[in-house]
Design a protein around this ligand. Sequence first.
Ligand code: ADP
Length: 445
Amino acid sequence: DSSSAPAKSEAEGDGKSTEDDDKDDRAAQSLLNKLIRNNLVNTTNQVEVLQKDPSSPLYSVKSFEELRLKPQLLQGVYGMGFNRPSKIQETALPMMLAEPPQNLIAQSQSGTGKTAAFVLAMLSHVDPNNKYPQCLCVSPTYELALQTGKVIEQMGKYYPEVKLVYAIRGNKLQRGMKLQEQIVIGTPGTMLDWCSKFKFIDPKKVKVFVLDEADVMIATQGHQDQSIRIQRMLPKNCQMLLFSATFEESVWNFAQRIVPDPNIIKLKREEETLDTIKQYYVLCNCKEEKFKALCNIYGAITIAQAMIFCHTRKTAGWLAGELSREGHQVALLSGEMQVEQRAAVIERFRDGKEKVLVTTNVCARGIDVEQVSVVINFDLPIDKDGSPDNETYLHRIGRTGRFGKRGLAINMVDSKMSMNILNRIQTHFNKKIEKLDTDDLDEIE
Ligand code: ADP
């Protein structure tokens, strides 16, 4: 069965590199993002569109009215507080709602409105008078399926004739029964069983097939094959929709197997830059000295909100403990925590209840806390070979051009090796990282 809980991330507190468990962490990260996200990611980038038939006109809408939605659905959309379609929705929605339906592969980072878009498409395409499944949506985990289900319920609030059922492990149905719900959402294993082994669903009657979080999906053993087996049971004219936050080669290959003759929509992330960031380093001899240096600059950094990154859970836990002992109020975000706990910590930090958040890289990946203007690399970011991880460095401290607020980054260096890493980072970005004397802080204040 495939409806496993999101994998726990990071080494089990043994000081092992946090990067090793990166792969297992994708589902948890994705769920975390959904739990903490309450609005759209801002973007000034344009969507890239590749049409199946390049000669057909490309429609894009600036309002939900233009889509001629059922009134109950328009009410649902406005009820969620949406005023106008997001960047990706402007093009994706007319494509998905066109007659005859068109297939779509769409890629954009989390928070750009993909889920809301395909939920609206599913709700638009079902006929509530027909009491059988017409839309199938597969998600990588049980928890992610539940999140999407919540969006269906919210958007379909004024359209109660449409019913939803979860194809997830633990949802045991009587043998021989036929589902009456129009929308089925679940994990690939259970969905496949319901279509083939148990025949609760007649796949030949399905009009829309959605595969969400394709990048997370293929990271899980077995999901790819199960998804393809479901897809093969569907009629030729079934609309296939696939969504992904990232688009590496493997995702693309999978997408093409699931979605024949696709339209393709891509939305690039905003570029991050170090241009508005003051970068410093502090020279120390050991972990304890780094801690002392941190205490010296503590007053200066907590004028704003600060995030402190450590390489391992163990260091992060130790550092948070030491800072607390000094009487500082800090939050700790660690891989041992349940995703819901992590979401709560991030929300408190966002609300300014804590000024300092200590974390590991894996935990904080993809989390944008816009008001953070100070980043401390208690450990420099390195990849599993021990080379500088420039991408992570940029992502930790970089700012998107749009929110180009000034920021401050302080790197703690405690060995020849880390000095070498720092130098390589400096060379890579071709931006000077200045030495900071923590006994003389005029500079940063
Ligand atoms: P994704 O699936 O790409 O991660 P979501 O569909 O979950 O993105 O949308 C991200 C957040 O933005 C959610 O909180 C969602 O309710 C909200 N949202 C989606 N579309 C709109 C819109 N058109 N206007 C305002 N908010 C939106």
